[in-house]
Design a protein. Structure first.
Length: 278
């Protein structure tokens, strides 16, 4: 057997095995979190109850009855949905202008926007807290959380929509203008239908980013606008004293977004590969 044939057959079996190993490694923390959520706080830290234990729903009952889980969940839904809508409302016209009416500074602006994602959030924590709490009176409000989440995600959303819009042939846009189509008609009838896959995947990713944001939602809220990240932070304790309870809260927080990503994975892949080299 030639080395080329042997290498090909070896790769046929090796790469799927490596892919399954990597998938299991990525999934293991989620599996462990869900498994631990069905243990009591005492059993969660005992090595003898690592895999064999008596499952219980005590942590989930405690979470809904004593920690007002649904209030935190509703706040997460409100802030994530409205932040995503506001981000798209600003990003679509901005990306359209950069894609179809570029200037010589367009790429510089895009790079500058992306560079803001590299700045440490802790550097602006104190001025942000001082302004919103002592001067503007917006601390612990839905409006503040929605605004901050939108500003955080604007650079990456504009960049993604820019790449999707660049794939639309300019001849179609020019033909629409020659036919007297207005700007909003052009957006509604030409641009958005052609870039719908990319727009939907961008909206989904933006929603996931907003839902998973923990740094700002924990530090800019206390009770009224507190999200599930704040609930997780409130159940965190040193030495793993409430590890079972913390795992239940974490499972209830990440469960909806994991399920959403699972059912929308085809749309995500289709949107993220839009415009890629084929």
């Amino acid at each position: 057997m030639s080395p080329v044939v042997w290498s090909s057959r070896f790769g046929t079996f090796l790469w799927p095995i490596l892919a399954w190993i990597m998938a299991l490694l990525f999934f293991f923390p989620i599996f462990w979190m869900v498994l631990t959520s069905f243990k009591t706080d005492a059993d969660a830290v005992k090595p003898e109850f690592l895999f064999f234990f008596t499952p219980t729903l005590e942590n989930y009952f405690n979470m809904t009855e004593n920690y007002d889980y649904w209030r935190f969940a509703i706040n997460s839904v409100i802030t994530s949905v409205f932040a995503t809508l506001f981000t798209l409302f600003v990003s679509v016209p901005a990306a359209y202008a950069m894609a179809f009416n570029p200037s010589r500074h367009t790429k510089d602006i895009l790079l500058w926007m992306l560079s803001t994602k590299m700045l440490p959030a802790a550097a602006v924590l104190y001025p942000m807290t001082f302004l919103t709490k002592n001067m503007l009176g917006l601390f612990d409000t839905h409006f503040l959380v929605i605004l901050v989440l939108s500003l955080i995600n604007l650079p990456i959303v504009i960049w993604m929509l820019f790449t999707y819009f660049k794939e639309i042939p300019k001849e179609i846009i020019e033909a629409g203008k020659m036919d007297g189509v207005s700007f909003w008609g052009e957006m509604r009838d030409i641009v958005l239908p052609l870039a719908w896959g990319g727009l939907a995947s961008t909206a989904l990713l933006c929603f996931i980013f907003c839902w998973n944001e923990a740094y700002w939602t924990v530090r800019l809220t206390t009770t009224d606008a507190a999200t599930l990240s704040k609930l997780i932070e409130g159940n965190r304790a040193p030495e793993g004293l409430f590890f079972g309870r913390l795992s239940a809260v974490s499972t209830a927080a990440v469960g909806p977004i994991v399920v959403l990503g699972w059912f929308c994975q085809k749309q995500l892949v289709r949107g993220l590969t839009f415009g890629a080299v084929k």
